[in-house]
Design a protein around this ligand. Structure first.
Ligand code: FES
Length: 289
């Protein structure tokens, strides 16, 4: 059973803007019934280029319906150029989050919007087009699309990539290549961050705490979540960072290894080599009794 937010439930039970505009300016179609998810998006512009009406028809699960409904609410009234910048993360955030295994529904919304805008601009086919080399032949997912979901959502595992765009969810033959793409994108990000750190002066306390929180959110939490765990930042005292492991990680006998090889290693890599991490002790001991 999936854990849905109230907003997802609301948009699933009361979807907004369902249907099809009879004389649309743009039409976007993505997915297929054979794959289990399909979405058709139509929009109408006013004479200033704002989306005055948008409707969707979808075949899929509760998350697909809620994501499509949310997308229409987000872009209604927006200038087309602004709507073109909406990401799958915007859709998921609008809904207060989606179960990670359902994030591909938010990606489907973004793809349908892109196809509809391309259809309006160039009269191109209304079908979502594959751009670049196909990496996952089972689901027809290209390298470019995989790079994009990794980058926009800061994904760090193959499983996450599968949840976001289905690549890797069939025969599994493309998993090795997905892993290499993750390493390349995350490596590039690390280099950029290191360069930015080197360029910048010494971090103030507030900047340091922000960078620690950002590193936890982007580099550490996704890995822990994939194993049913989580982490909270409790305090920062000089180079000492105090955290609390949550969920499965809090009760895990291997928590010390997680703290050293994941939490401390990432904070040293992204914040400062002087960082050392401590776990909030009393709570940790209590949970492992
Ligand atoms: S080629 Fe990607 S799962 Fe089969």
């Amino acid at each position: 059973m999936w854990e849905y937010t109230d907003k997802v439930r609301d948009h699933f039970f009361n979807p907004r803007n369902v249907g099809e505009i009879t004389d649309p300016d743009g039409i976007g179609e993505v997915g297929s019934l054979a794959c289990g998810d399909a979405l058709k998006l139509t929009f109408k512009l006013d004479d200033k280029g704002k989306i005055i009406d948008v409707k969707f028809k979808t075949f899929g699960c509760a998350s697909a319906i809620a994501s499509s409904s949310a997308l229409t609410e987000i872009i209604k009234g927006m200038p087309l150029e602004e709507a073109a910048k909406v990401t799958n993360k915007d859709i998921a955030d609008y809904l207060g989050g989606l179960p990670e295994q359902k994030m591909h529904c938010s990606v489907m919304g973004r793809e349908a919007l892109e196809a509809a805008i391309a259809n309006y601009k160039g009269g191109a086919t209304k079908k979502h087009q594959l751009e670049g080399r196909v990496v996952c032949v089972c689901f027809g997912v290209t390298e470019k699309e995989i790079e994009r979901v990794i980058s926009e959502n800061n994904l760090t595992t193959v499983e996450q990539v599968t949840n976001y765009c289905k690549a890797g969810g069939g025969c599994g033959g493309c998993k090795g290549e997905i892993e290499k793409i993750i390493q390349r994108i995350q490596g590039e990000k690390a280099v950029q961050k290191a360069a930015a750190r080197e360029k910048g002066q010494k971090l103030t306390n507030i900047q340091k705490i922000q960078l620690i929180q950002e590193t936890i959110n982007e580099q550490i939490r996704p890995t822990l979540r994939a194993d049913g765990g989580n982490i909270d930042l409790i305090d920062v005292d000089g180079n000492k960072v105090i955290v609390a492991l949550r969920g499965m990680c809090a009760q895990c006998a291997l928590a010390n290894i997680t703290m050293r090889d994941l939490v401390e290693a990432k904070l040293r890599e992204f914040v400062s080599p002087e960082i050392f991490v401590e776990e909030q002790k009393d709570l940790a001991d209590e949970l492992r009794k």
